[in-house]
Design a binder for this molecule. Structure first.
Ligand SMILES: Cc1cc2nc3c(=O)[nH]c(=O)nc-3n(C[C@H](O)[C@H](O)[C@H](O)COP(=O)(O)OP(=O)(O)OC[C@H]3O[C@@H](n4cnc5c(N)ncnc54)[C@H](O)[C@@H]3O)c2cc1C
Length: 381
């Protein structure tokens, strides 16, 4: 994206970051690192400091472990508990739900996403997206209810694992093999085997709704009953406040390779769709949000001189006694090449090279440093 007004007026004075998650916080750090010393304000609708979302299902839910991030050093003015409700991109003004508004020279859109729900506003349906969600879920699990989890992606399986370790009877409703689209068959099989060995019950089916307070209804009419119903069926980008901004394309916030959306506006993290080899798509992952935010901050300051997004994918999960770290492009298909160890149940490091030359190196229950894992992924390609 080029043209007049795409980057900041020189010298820039006011940059507004909307969304106080890891993308918003990283953008603030990146702006300061890039030399921006003007007014920097970050606004978030959660009335608390930014925290680690991945830690909610891997630490807080499991054993009350920490979800805290290091305190910020960017010295932005933090406005918390306030939601953006509208954007006038011509007047460069954001409106908030407390009736206030803020103008800006540069805007970072980092409003992330929220949990997709199965049953609309059904009060019996719990989801896990925020710290508040995690605290509620942790308290409910302490009473050892029977639990039905809808969704067998990494998040659903992490919730199921935490519930099992809390002493609950747990059923996962899986529309296909757990984590198959995310990890590929070899790793999906290894993780499913570990889950089943620990007592997880799997029900193959498509959930269509919630009935009453204790049942998930499947497409064939069957019901899965449990005391506690939790869904983990994906996320929806938080773009409602941009509805009349003129920035959405078919309802999506599409950024260019530098995170740019329009004049003086960039976006990063789960809210944004970015160009990838598989087309323009969201990559709702922690490391992706960080990389996008770094690039977007540079683009706001440097325009076409800023580097383009060059994602170096990294993913991890912890569940059912297994820890997986993956550098490179998942899912992995076919048989792995074992670089260390000899079993996908670990401890091991495996590598797959796809036909297009992309590699992925995966460590299971192995404390290999991430930079070394990255080198292994690229060395084979
Ligand atoms: C339980 C859980 C576990 C996860 N585990 C992993 C993992 O293991 N690995 C991995 O790679 N990824 C994981 N993820 C995904 C990862 O956490 C996200 O990709 C990442 O947090 C995205 O960061 P973000 O800043 O773009 O969005 P968010 O973290 O969603 O932050 C956006 C912030 O903006 C706020 N906001 C929304 N709308 C408005 C508005 N209108 N006005 C003001 N503020 C607003 C939101 O409330 C939120 O605080 C996990 C996610 C969850 C929920």
């Amino acid at each position: 994206m080029t043209g007049p007004g795409t980057t900041l007026p020189r010298p820039p004075r006011r940059i507004l970051v909307v969304g106080n998650g890891i993308a918003g916080q990283t953008a603030c750090d990146g702006l300061r690192a890039g030399g921006f010393d003007g007014d920097l304000t970050i606004v978030g609708d959660e009335a608390r400091a930014a925290y680690s979302r991945p830690a909610l299902s891997k630490a807080l839910l499991v054993d009350g472990g920490s979800h805290e991030l290091a305190p910020p050093t960017h010295e932005a003015t933090e406005v918390l508990g306030v939601a953006a409700v509208g954007l006038d991109a011509v007047a460069r003004r954001v409106r908030f739900d407390d009736g206030s508004d803020l103008t800006y020279d540069g805007l970072v859109i980092a409003t992330g996403s929220r949990a997709r729900r199965l049953g609309g506003d059904h009060s019996a349906e719990l989801t896990l997206r925020t710290l508040d969600d995690a605290l509620v879920l942790r308290e409910r699990l302490a009473a050892r209810p029977s639990v039905a989890v809808v969704g067998a992606g990494p998040l659903g399986m992490e919730i199921a694992s935490a519930a099992l370790s809390a002493g609950c009877q747990v059923t996962v409703v899986a529309d296909g093999r757990p984590m198959l689209p995310h990890l590929g068959p070899c790793l999906s099989d290894a993780f499913t085997a570990a889950a089943v060995a620990q007592g997880l019950k799997l029900v193959d089916g498509t959930a269509t709704g919630i009935d009453g307070t204790h049942a998930v209804v499947l497409s064939d009419g069957a019901r899965v009953e449990a005391d506690l119903l939790v869904t983990a069926i994906g996320d929806i980008p938080s773009t409602e406040w941009l509805a009349s901004s003129g920035l959405l394309t078919g309802g999506r916030l599409e950024a260019d390779t530098r995170g740019r959306i329009g004049p003086g506006i960039v976006a990063a993290g789960d809210v944004a769709a970015v160009p990838t080899q598989a087309g323009v798509r969201r990559i709702p992952l922690w490391s992706s949000a960080i990389e996008q935010a770094k690039v977007a901050a540079r683009a706001l300051l440097e325009g076409d001189e800023a580097p383009e997004l060059d994602l170096d994918p990294y993913f991890w999960t912890e569940q059912f006694g297994l820890t997986l770290k993956a550098a490179g492009h998942l899912p992995a298909s076919g048989d792995p090449e074992f670089l260390l160890g000899d079993s996908p149940h670990g401890p091991s490091v495996m590598r797959w090279i796809a036909d297009d030359g992309h590699g992925v190196a995966v460590a299971v229950n192995h404390r290999i440093p991430i930079p070394r894992l990255r080198r292994m992924a690229s060395a084979g390609a």
